[in-house]
Design a protein around this ligand. Structure first.
Ligand code: ADP
Length: 492
């Protein structure tokens, strides 16, 4: 029996496998081969209701009654159990998403690291005593919301799941997760492992299904006061209006269009490799992918020559092969979307330097593979400069000086990350100051750490993930006022 056949259902609610009734089914497809991995029943309002009720029961009767340190110990045990099952979790993600297996291992390891960081944070989320007056004691209590609703995308199934679950639980909440319909599998196994690790049933519930059904039911549920979402800006914006008349707290991690800015005085060897890695890694399906390469015009031609030579060496192919660097696009519809952007860029006058066509690697002839694609002579008015493609498509723009580089880098509606390459200290720090994005990388790319906040400016999001700042996302702050003398009315 393979690892997916071992699943006892399509949803994991109150510590049990559940099969939904009434909404029909959807297929989890391996995008590298086109084969169906599992047909799942679609979760809807009934499953969301059951999951929310279970999470509240768990919160009221068990999770909130544990000491913060005890919760931390359970999270740590879960992390260790995941580490024992790392290969299995990585394989589920690779089969479900088309991600190269070594990337899936890396993502699972990052997820485990995240859980361990937040396990250690549970008893360090401290309130304050505020000196408001000599005869008044004022202090703050940080309190969990209760049940958090999480909606995740398909690009990093395990990491996205744990980026929501770990901080929400560390802050004392329980959680209901609706994973992306393209990648429903690893979340189920992770939730099952949570129970095996000793987390009370209902701490983590998983309902699979479509956004408009299960996702919508979760967002609108009257007993879910907090929603955390990662996905497209359009969907995130929609969700804030889809609460059916209720005020809710939202954490939104949305789209990006990272500029990767290379000045002439940088380490060009490193910058060439980074330009390829940041855009083509995970098939370009990363919110922070450096999809806009801004080159100082004095080095642009030589840089592109070296970049094209390097890109030719990249291995696109079967995601299960250990040496594959670029795997499959997640789905047929995402592949079509990318192909649409490529066609549009040609029409708008961008110059195709490489790629732009589908590939059919050996053993994966029916999968969705796209060659790494580079367009030169892109201008800020073009769609590929402005819009998030979520595919391996790089747009190249040349600039003359620092001011123009900053202007181009900031000239989209997104503001998630910016990268800059220079050996000039002042230029680097000035760029950090002037970049309108939540993350700036200098002479490096894609650095993340659970202790460092991650969140977007402008249309890239609301709030932060990771870092001690998450106490403001997953907890409410109560202000307590204690009068230390007899109260005197101002009216006397
Ligand atoms: P994509 O278009 O790349 O799939 P989305 O942002 O639409 O990205 O999807 C991210 C997550 O949001 C998925 O889990 C999806 O099911 C969910 N989702 C999509 N539409 C809605 C919706 N109307 N309500 C709730 N969740 C949604």
């Amino acid at each position: 029996m393979n690892l997916i056949d071992k699943f006892g259902g399509d949803h994991f609610i109150d510590g049990e496998w559940v099969t939904a009734r009434g909404n029909g089914t959807f297929d989890s497809v391996n995008p590298a081969t086109g084969e169906t991995l599992r047909q799942l029943t679609r979760g809807g309002r009934a499953e969301i209701d059951a999951a929310v009720a279970s999470s509240w029961r768990c919160f009221d009767n068990e999770w909130s009654r544990l000491g913060a340190g005890e919760r931390g110990e359970l999270l740590y045990r879960w992390a260790n159990l995941m580490a024992e099952h790392l290969e299995e979790i990585a394989l589920l993600d690779t089969l479900d998403s088309g991600k190269p297996i070594r990337d899936s291992r890396g993502s699972a390891q990052r997820g485990i690291k995240m859980l361990k960081f937040f396990a250690g944070l549970t008893d360090k989320l401290l309130g304050r005593q505020i000196p408001v007056a000599e005869n008044l004691l004022n202090y703050t209590l940080h309190e969990p919301y209760g049940v958090v609703g999480a909606i995740t995308p398909w690009n990093y199934p395990t990491t996205n799941f744990l980026t929501k679950v770990a901080p929400a639980l560390a802050c004392g909440n329980t959680i209901v997760v609706k994973p992306a319909e393209q990648t429903p599998l690893s979340a189920l196994r992770l939730a099952e492992l949570a129970v095996e690790a000793g987390l009370p049933k209902g701490t983590v519930n998983v309902v699979n299904g479509f956004g408009q059904e299960a996702g919508q039911a979760l967002v609108a549920h009257p007993d879910v006061p907090k929603i955390t979402f990662t996905g497209s800006t359009a969907t995130g914006l929609h969700l804030t209006h889809a609460t059916e008349g209720r005020v809710k707290s939202f954490t939104l991690e949305l789209g990006g269009k990272t500029a990767n800015v290379v000045f002439a005085d940088s380490d060009l060897d490193a910058a060439v490799k980074a330009a390829a890695y940041t855009c083509f890694m995970n098939q370009g399906q990363t919110c922070t992918a450096g999809t806009r390469l801004l080159l100082e015009d004095t080095i642009a031609d030589v840089f592109l020559e070296r970049l094209l030579a390097y890109v030719k060496t990249l291995k696109v192919g079967d995601p299960l092969k250990e040496d594959t660097q670029i795997g499959a696009i997640v789905s047929a519809s995402q592949f079509e979307r990318i192909a649409g952007f490529v066609a549009g860029a040609k029409q708008e006058g961008a110059v195709l330097l490489c790629g732009g066509e589908p590939l059919a690697p050996a053993g994966c002839e029916r999968g969705y593979f796209m060659a790494p694609t580079i367009f030169d002579r892109v201008t800020p008015g073009m769609k590929i400069f402005q819009q998030e493609i979520f595919g391996p498509v790089l747009s190249v723009v040349r600039f003359r000086d620092f001011g123009e580089a900053v202007d181009l880098a900031n000239r989209t509606e997104y503001g998630l990350a910016t990268t800059v390459w220079t050996h000039n200290l002042q230029k680097a720090h000035r760029f950090v100051q002037q970049a309108k994005s939540g993350i700036v990388w200098v002479n490096t790319v894609h650095m993340l750490h659970p202790a460092s906040p991650y969140g977007g400016y402008k249309q890239s999001g609301l709030g932060t993930e990771m870092g001690v700042e998450i106490a403001h996302e997953y907890m409410r702050h109560k202000s307590a006022w204690i009068q230390l003398d007899t109260w005197k009315s101002p009216w006397q």
